[in-house]
Design a protein around this ligand. Structure first.
Ligand code: UD1
Ligand code: CA
Length: 459
């Protein structure tokens, strides 16, 4: 028996309306699978035992959440929400106290709301407390039938009378139960309803019949409890989640002149006084330091950027680490394994991959640096290319401190350039260069006087 408050999350449904080979609860919202949000909210609200009921595409779903934090409950046939909780009964044997039930497709629900629901449920000593919302258009939802504070029953739309359908207070599908009560009440459920399913909602009427207290807590903002059934609702949820993320960051001291076009994945960290211009995308495990400027059209994926760095328009940065006081772009492409130690400049149309660039080193224009270890204070002229690939294998270029590389040079790797040497413009370097040397590999220039004029006269 595990310890701590228990939560059951229902995620066995088919999600037909998504029209997708991907399980509904795995569709991403701001970079994370939908299911991660209710899990996170339950955890933050203090629920330690997390049990997720899976059925359709169960393998896909369980594989997306490795580790042993979650207990997976199999519901092979989806016979309704009541049946889904029945499937979890074994894993809850001996558990008493408050039991939270959530739906895996309600991603905007916040931990604070769950905390409020738990407080109210405990205060009231209810057998069932249901989270509700006022919906101007309640179509499709179960309706809350009250007698004052006591909830008499929840009626599904398909089973409701015309009068019951007029009720605008709806069931969000989020509940707190007294565990002992609900586990015994589940045994009394039947399928005598319009959908021929075991309705979890029927435990409300069962509680009333048993003389128990049933309560409802209504959320202030109905968008928080929206369920995702199709891709339009998915997009709607993404917009709301994105606004939540951006608003939190703005309250934390980050500027966004146009937050509606800034796309930041959940969990990205950003320091104070950083400015994010329009059309910036920050994805995955990314962090940005303080006082940075991220210009328009920049895409950063799984990368760390330190303080006071300026990323100029149109740059793409993947799996890279950028130190303090760097200038990158416009239109630079930093590919996986790029490390800029600090005070570096990577200019326009420069591509890097798997390089270590020491302090103050720079490549300002039209350059490719790949598989290279570069010391401090190295300057690469325009059009430098590390020729790292021979068609079969990748080879390394090493450039020691204080080297000056003139424009249009190629390094045929593997090759090593000693410290404080100078590579003359237009050189193709095939052999190691010792420290303090000049390396030059140009064909002597030939000039033939009057050659063109003679050609022109002939034709
Ligand atoms: C349910 C509620 C309804 C409420 C609505 C809120 C019932 C009978 N009705 O209706 O009152 O207004 O949610 O969105 O509970 N699931 C399983 N196994 C099953 C059936 C469903 O895991 O056998 C899961 C689904 O994956 C989903 C959740 O339970 O995450 C809700 O199921 P769904 O079929 O969408 O319920 P509704 O008919 O919308
Ligand atoms: Ca249903």
């Amino acid at each position: 028996m595990q310890k701590g408050l228990a939560a059951v999350i229902l995620a066995a449904g088919k999600g037909t309306r998504m029209r997708s080979a991907l399980a509904k609860v795995l569709h991403p919202i701001c970079g994370q699978p939908m299911l991660s949000y209710p899990l996170e909210a339950a955890k933050q609200a203090g629920f330690k035992q997390l049990k997720v009921v899976v059925g359709h595409q169960a393998e896909q779903v369980t594989e997306a959440f490795p580790g042993d934090e979650i207990t997976w409950i199999q519901q092979t046939d989806q016979l309704g929400t009541g049946h889904a909780l029945m499937c979890a009964a074994d894993s809850l044997r001996g558990y008493s106290g408050a039991l939270l039930l959530l739906c895996g497709d309600v991603p905007l629900l916040q931990a604070e709301t769950l905390e409020r629901l738990l407080r109210y449920h405990s205060q009231q000593q209810a057998a069932v407390t249901v989270l509700t919302a006022q919906m101007p258009n309640p179509a499709g939802y179960g309706r809350i039938i009250r007698d004052g504070e006591q909830v008499l029953q929840i009626v599904e739309e398909k089973d409701a009378t015309e009068e019951q359908r007029q009720v605008t207070e709806i069931n969000t599908g989020t509940y707190l139960f007294d565990a002992a009560f609900v586990l015994s009440a589940l045994k009394g459920l039947n399928k005598n309803n319009a959908q021929g399913e075991y309705y979890l909602t029927d435990v409300v009427a069962a509680a009333v019949a048993a003389g128990e207290k049933t309560r409802a807590l209504c959320v202030d903002d109905p968008t928080e409890v929206m369920g995702i059934n199709d891709r339009c609702q998915l997009a709607e949820a993404e917009v709301l989640m994105r606004w939540r993320i951006n608003a939190n960051l703005m309250f934390g001291g980050i500027s966004m002149p146009d937050p509606t076009t800034v796309y930041i994945d959940n969990g990205v960290e950003i320091g104070m006084d950083t400015i994010l211009h329009p059309n910036v995308h920050l994805r995955g495990k990314t962090s940005i330091g303080k006082n940075c400027i991220i210009e328009t059209g920049v895409v950063v994926v799984d990368s760390q950027i330190a303080d006071n760095t300026h990323i100029k328009a149109g740059s793409a940065i993947e799996e890279s680490q950028i130190g303090e006081n760097c200038k990158v772009g416009p239109m630079a492409h930093l590919r996986p394994g790029t490390v800029l130690v600090g005070n570096n400049k990577i200019g326009n149309f420069v591509e890097t991959k798997k390089i270590y660039l020491g302090e103050k080193s720079q490549a300002s224009h039209l350059t490719y640096l790949g598989d290279a270890e570069i010391g401090t204070n190295v300057n690469f002229g325009c059009g430098t290319i590390t020729c790292n690939y021979d068609g079969l294998n990748k080879h390394k270029t090493t450039v020691e401190d204080d080297v000056f590389v003139g424009s249009d040079c190629q390094f045929i790797a593997p090759v090593k350039i000693g410290r404080n040497s100078l590579i003359a413009a237009g050189s193709t370097i095939t052999k190691d260069v010792p420290a303090d040397a000049l390396a030059l590999s140009r064909v002597e220039q030939t000039v033939i006087a009057g050659w063109r004029l003679r050609k022109q006269k002939k034709s």
